[in-house]
Design a protein around this ligand. Structure first.
Ligand code: ADP
Length: 669
């Protein structure tokens, strides 16, 4: 076995590989870009080598630098992870030439499976079923059109060198073929530098089911069952599970044998995945009628490999290391068993309600459910980030993978929903709530799986508000009062039991939800209890601390809630889901519209802490004039316009009521 390996990747997969290496007593070397100097994967390894700039082409794709780093640190092998160099045959070859072990298949196997068209020709010879289609070398447009006509519409045009869901065109009518072909070729040449395409039948309502295979240098090859990755958006996986719902023993054995045949046809070594598209002509409940066709083979470890680890109890990275070191496969086919059910959800920085637009930002709050990391358990979170880390524009938008397992699919689903509910991320948009909607949808829960599930169910998946506004407001108000109470002050303006020592015991709060104003007000009832009014709903507000959050009761609603305050934004997490409310701080905005005819008034009751100006001073718009204190927080009041200070109407230490004139300013023309 190796004593030291270099991990030519970043993020969660680099941390994942490091975890297994550590368990096996193997030293690890990380490589990192400028952006990743403080990254979690650097901390997870024993040594680290800086390899260049933040853009992948300046670091993680610079294989000469990576080979140098391996040689300089005395690593014997390189684990490429997934993405970056993992399916680069030249890199695999260069490792070998440099006397290093590439932890992956031989370069020849990567090459053979690298192009969709060529690999299909190979698979045809090996007797692996293919989607009816054309994958020849002749790319004459007239010939491609004739082939499409022969196959019958709808057809899919795919860039042979494509991947990651790119370079595909669905053509539903004969007359649209030529234009779609030209556009697919343009994208293919731009994205992959190769405009060869193939044409195949577009399978309606298919499932994506893939088989995990493993080969060793002794010529053994096994399959570690299937993963169903049918839940996709834009041809990219969202949820992955194993076993595939409805899978029969007979179909599994047939697909497993086909996958092993595919791997053996290219003398495969290491971890690989054979992806099949599965037609369900008999609908969701007729597995016997299912037809499977080879789509492609991914010659690397997949993102979703933990699902297979969860149901087999095997550590696939350990298998990779053993096989790369020349050892035989740890288990034979007959020794492998499926236990229970596992599902993985990819938590990404993206906005599902806005076309899954990727988001960047800082993980200001990052709370995970009780879980293990990089180790098989009922709830596992694999990630390459920590609270406070940034999701940068340089790399992909995946924040974490959440993998749950249960005895049954129903149990796994319930655990997934609960774990998602406990995942709290503040600082950037994520798909966590969207994933919960998918998991809870009838279609997913009852395993009506096909690649169009998200599109079909979109009415229930997008733009959902899982938390009633009244509850969200109640939680935000409770948190506010709690924070004020925690200040333990006798300041009448900061006390929970009445905000004014004079005037009406009523406090108005102007909140915003998704830009829409939500009016709320608080009063103290005859019984001394707080009454909250949110829109048309009025009721008693009760709360008490619970765990690291609050137990809130209002108007027949009762829920635990965690409220994270980020400036004026309140992120509210409840078991039902999350909500975001804005609670604009009137003091912070005082300078924006505080001047009425040259008067600057206090927008809230509070105490004057200090003035930054004197009578006669010339001030410019935005210049800080005074500091007020309310709720034991200081707020700066800025000049609304250029002008000259005429008079200060209070002194530091004075209590002022709402609307009191603080400073008189004469605006300059
Ligand atoms: P990529 O290499 O870009 O991931 P694939 O060939 O693996 O492309 O296909 C990605 C996804 O596109 C599949 O998971 C499936 O959802 C859809 N797809 C691919 N081929 C077909 C087909 N013939 N009919 C219907 N859907 C398909």
């Amino acid at each position: 076995m190796f004593t030291k390996i270099l991990i030519a990747n970043r993020g969660e997969i680099a941390c994942r590989v490091a975890a297994t290496a550590r368990r096996l007593g193997i030293q690890t070397v990380a490589v990192y870009s400028d952006a990743d100097a403080q990254a979690k994967h650097v901390a997870a390894c024993d040594e680290a080598v800086h390899i260049g700039g933040s853009a992948p082409k300046d670091s993680y794709l610079r294989w000469e630098r990576i080979l140098q780093a391996a040689q300089a640190t005395g690593a014997q092998a390189i684990h490429p992870g997934y993405g970056f160099l993992s399916e680069n045959e030249d890199f695999a070859q260069a490792c070998q030439a440099a006397g290093l072990v590439f932890i992956g298949p031989p370069a020849s196997a990567i090459r053979a499976m690298g192009l969709k068209a060529e690999s299909k020709q190979l698979m045809e010879k090996a007797g692996v079923p293919l989607v009816p289609g054309y994958h020849g070398a002749d790319q004459d447009p007239a010939l491609l059109q004739r082939e499409a006509d022969r196959i019958g519409y709808p057809v899919l045009i795919k860039a042979s060198a494509g991947g990651g869901g790119k370079g595909m065109r669905l053509v539903e009518r004969r007359e649209d073929f030529a234009a779609a072909l030209a556009s697919c070729q343009r994208e293919a040449i731009n994205s992959f530098g190769n405009d060869a395409v193939l044409v195949e039948k577009y399978v309606l309502r298919p499932r994506h089911i893939e088989i995990q295979v493993f080969g060793d240098t002794q010529g053994n090859c096994v399959y570690l069952f299937e993963r169903d990755c049918s839940v996709q958006r834009r041809h990219q996986k969202v949820l992955e599970e194993a076993p595939a719902p409805g899978m029969t023993e007979a179909l599994r054995a047939k697909m497993g044998a086909a996958a092993v045949a595919a791997a053996q046809a290219v003398h495969y070594v290491g971890a690989g995945t054979v992806e099949f598209i599965v037609e369900q002509p008999g609908g969701y409940d007729a597995p016997d009628a299912m037809q499977f066709y080879f789509m492609e083979m991914n010659t690397r470890l997949q993102v979703e490999h933990p699902v297979t680890e969860a149901i087999t109890g095997e550590d696939l990275v350990e298998w990779q290391l053993r096989v790369a070191a020349g050892q035989p496969l740890p288990k034979q086919q007959s020794e492998l068993k499926i236990i229970g059910h596992a599902i993985e959800a990819r938590i990404c920085a993206e906005n599902p309600d806005n076309g899954f637009l990727p988001a960047t930002g800082t993980l200001q709050v990052y709370r995970k459910p009780a879980c293990s990391s990089f180790a098989i358990s009922d709830v596992r979170v694999d990630d390459g980030v920590r609270e406070g880390d940034a999701i940068s524009p340089f790399y992909d938008s995946m924040i974490a993978k959440l993998i749950v397992r249960g005895d049954t699919r129903a149990q796994a689903l319930a655990r997934l929903d609960a774990a998602l509910a406990q995942t709290q991320i503040v600082g950037l948009a994520t798909n966590v709530q969207f994933l919960r909607h998918v998991v809870r949808s009838t279609a997913f829960a009852s395993a009506q799986l096909d690649t169009a599930l998200i599109e079909r169910e979109k009415a229930a998946l997008f733009d959902q508000q899982p938390v009633p506004t009244a509850l969200a407001v109640a939680a935000a108000v409770a948190q506010l009062l709690q924070a004020e109470q925690a200040l333990q002050t006798t300041d009448p303006f900061s006390r929970r039991d009445g905000w004014h020592s004079h005037g009406t015991p009523r406090r108005s709060l102007q909140l915003l939800q998704g830009g829409t104003p939500v009016a709320a007000s608080l009063t103290t009832g005859h019984d001394g209890q707080l009454q909250l009014q949110v829109g048309d709903t009025t009721g008693r507000l009760d709360w008490q601390p619970q765990g690291d959050g609050l137990l809130v009761q209002f108007a027949g609603l009762r829920s635990t809630a965690q409220v994270h305050v980020q400036g004026e934004v309140r992120h509210i997490f409840t078991p039902q889901g999350a909500a975001v409310l804005e609670l604009p701080d009137p003091l912070a905005h005082a300078g924006e519209h505080g001047a009425e005819g040259g008067r600057l008034t206090a927008p809230m009751p509070g105490k004057v802490v200090s003035f930054a100006v004197q009578a006669g001073d010339a001030v410019t718009k935005g210049q800080p004039l005074a500091v007020m204190e309310a709720m034991k927080m200081e707020h700066t009041i800025a000049a609304p316009a250029d002008g000259v200070v005429q008079e200060l109407l209070y002194a530091p230490g004075d209590q002022v009521s709402e609307g009191a004139e603080l400073i008189r300013i004469e605006a300059t023309a």
